[in-house]
Design a protein around this ligand. Structure first.
Ligand code: ZN
Ligand code: ZN
Length: 214
């Protein structure tokens, strides 16, 4: 299902300004996709934030529980994005169809990468780390919109032109759906986004096509 609510949660370490940058970025991609009325965005951080009892955190009931549980399956001082995504996939809340967006101030890694900013999954949502964006809201906006682009179907496997396979399908136009593997590549994508807009026409068409399906 493509048209469904989006539940957003932040851990306690994510600053107020990073929270608003991320929410704005999600609203912008929805607006460019013409999908604002199909996807409601709710910040559920507080709802999920149950107080710690003497027995520890209650399973599935707080952002902190997801982070701390994923940490048990991760290397020291970093969170494995796959461990975090697996918890989201297996949560009891999946009974109701929704997009999940979980944002942490902890540093992330994935498979053989030393670190990663986040990971967006088709029709599912994204996990994102703000650890490496200190003082750079433009790069945070760009990466948020890129990962949400993946969540909203980019790049569709049916695309034959201007597409490359590099840790998943990516656009080759001047567009934020290009792959970025280093901070300086993302700085360049952010500059292009500010000058030329976030998405190429092909990605806009694909986004609109994604939400044309209920
Ligand atoms: Zn990507
Ligand atoms: Zn593109």
């Amino acid at each position: 299902m493509h048209r469904k609510p989006l539940y957003l949660s932040f851990d306690d370490g994510v600053t107020k300004s990073d929270r608003s940058v991320i929410i704005e970025a999600i609203r912008e991609i929805l607006s460019r996709a013409g999908a604002e009325s199909f996807v409601s965005v709710s910040d559920v951080s507080d709802w999920k934030c149950h107080p710690r009892s003497h027995a520890g955190l209650t399973g599935w009931n707080s952002v902190q529980w997801y982070i701390e549980t994923a940490a048990e399956y991760s290397r020291e001082n970093q969170i494995d994005t796959d461990a975090l995504l697996l918890l989201l996939r297996n949560e009891p809340w999946q009974e109701k169809e929704h997009y999940d967006v979980l944002v942490s101030s902890r540093d992330f890694y994935a498979r053989d990468l030393n670190f990663c900013f986040g990971s967006g999954i088709h029709e599912f949502g994204m996990v994102l780390s703000t650890a490496r964006f200190r003082g750079d809201p433009e790069r945070l906006t760009t990466v948020t919109m890129h990962e949400m682009g993946h969540a909203f179907g980019l790049i569709p496997s049916t695309r034959t032109k201007n597409v490359t396979s590099s840790l998943g399908l990516h656009c080759t136009n001047r567009c934020i759906m290009r792959q970025g593997l280093t901070s300086s590549e993302w700085e360049a994508h952010a500059r292009d986004r500010i000058t030329y807009g976030p998405f190429c026409q092909q990605c806009i068409n694909d986004l609109r096509g994604y939400f044309a399906q209920a």
